[in-house]
Design a protein around this ligand. Structure first.
Ligand SMILES: NC(=O)c1ccc[n+]([C@@H]2O[C@H](COP(=O)([O-])OP(=O)(O)OC[C@H]3O[C@@H](n4cnc5c(N)ncnc54)[C@H](OP(=O)(O)O)[C@@H]3O)[C@@H](O)[C@H]2O)c1
Length: 344
């Protein structure tokens, strides 16, 4: 049996859903993978630092029990010294870094992750910021420290994209990808085609818990752009920065133009794509496009997302994730934890 102490930095939608999912699969993980775990740390700006090497009960963690518990430290959550102290106090083996995304610099999450890796702690993140602004350095640091830096949930939540290329597609070269990677805007486009206003469509995405903390990240195409950048960085080994991805969001589309496009048989989709050029560079874009009805992207409705990969060895491979919810996103980090435990 392998035992892991788990610490959560950032305990919002993803952190909480992950703790719940892990708890519900505790027996299955033990039986199938010999994996045991305790929740020994939780921290966020509001909660402050909490550590218990004996393990918090799931109820204490999830039902507001930490609110009345004394904090380990009064230092702010951005203090890297306090982070090191917290990881030691929690005797953490794995840090789940699920703080808000900063699409421009990836900070402060890059510093959080670096501090944990330096301390010999595995890191699993759902945060795309550190991936696009710090991937190569963090990967090298993890290798040097003999720990893992994994991030399956960053693109299409629970769908196995990074593990697919890492484990199941050896020596395949990704030449091009094209897809719908932002659930919020795809849901909004579907809702607006049905007559909802822009504001009603945003509200629907927020109520479903799929919108980013700041919905302009979704609406202005930032979330999708960062995903294009993350895929190019990791799967095409090309450091395509979000600022270098051509970006246009969906603010220019009205319910009328969307309805008319659908009637014409060429619905609008926020299309994400990237392509490797012969000189090895990668160009990427995110923009609304009218796609023909027989395009797989046209049938991708609501919060569903889809990606088509074109490789040197497989001409087309498609993954679609139907109506993701909080559990779907939490499944990505859970799968990463199993990867750590299996040592693959
Ligand atoms: N929601 C999704 O469906 C989804 C899907 C895939 C990936 N992601 C990514 O997962 C991450 C978390 O998303 P979420 O939906 O859980 O967001 P959320 O509900 O807003 O939670 C964010 C958490 O991070 C904490 N936090 C924010 N900035 C921090 C900072 N600078 N230092 C320390 N803690 C900080 C917040 O603490 P306070 O509340 O105390 O301020 C909160 O606990 C984001 O990077 C997001 O892009 C989300």
């Amino acid at each position: 049996m392998a035992h892991y102490n788990l610490a959560f930095l950032g305990f919002g939608n993803v952190g909480r859903a992950l703790a719940q999912l892990l708890e519900s699969k505790r027996a299955e993980l033990r039986e199938r993978y010999g994996l045991e775990f305790a929740f020994t740390g939780a921290a966020s700006r509001r909660l402050g630092w909490h550590a218990n090497p004996a393990g918090f009960g799931a109820a204490e963690l999830l039902d507001g029990g930490l609110d009345t518990r004394p904090r380990l430290s009064r230092k702010p959550v951005t203090d890297l010294g306090a982070l090191s102290e917290w990881l030691r106090a929690a005797r953490a083996d794995v840090l789940f870094e699920n703080t808000s995304m900063n699409p421009h610099t990836g900070q402060p999450a890059i510093d959080y992750i670096r501090t944990a890796l330096e301390a010999g702690v595995h890191v699993v993140t759902a945060n795309k910021g550190p991936l696009v602004h710090g991937f190569h350095g963090l990967r090298e640091l993890a290798r040097a420290k003999g720990v893992r830096f994994l991030f399956e949930a960053t693109v299409m939540g629970g769908a196995p994209i990074f593990s697919l290329f890492r484990e199941a597609l050896p020596a395949a070269k990704l030449m091009r990808f094209r897809g719908i990677l932002n659930s919020t805007t795809n849901l909004m486009l579907s809702e607006m085609e049905q007559g909802a206003s822009f504001e009603q469509a945003v509200k629907k995405a927020q109520d479903l818990g799929i919108a980013e903390t700041d919905p302009s990240f979704d609406v202005d195409g930032w979330d999708a752009t960062v995903k294009v950048s993350a895929l190019a960085t990791v799967l095409m080994d090309y450091p395509l920065k979000p600022a270098d991805v051509g970006r246009e969001g969906i603010r220019g589309l009205t319910a009328e133009s969307l309805k008319a496009a659908r009637m014409m048989g060429r619905p609008y989709k926020l299309v994400c794509q990237a392509e490797k050029r012969p000189d090895g560079t990668v160009v990427g874009s995110v923009r609304p496009e009218q796609v023909p009805n027989d395009d797989p992207l046209a049938g991708c409705e609501g919060a569903t997302s889809i990606i088509l990969f074109q490789m040197d060895v497989i001409h087309g491979l498609t993954l679609s994730e139907l109506r993701p919810d909080a559990v779907t996103t939490a499944y990505g980090p859970l799968a990463d934890l199993v990867t750590i435990a299996r040592g693959v």
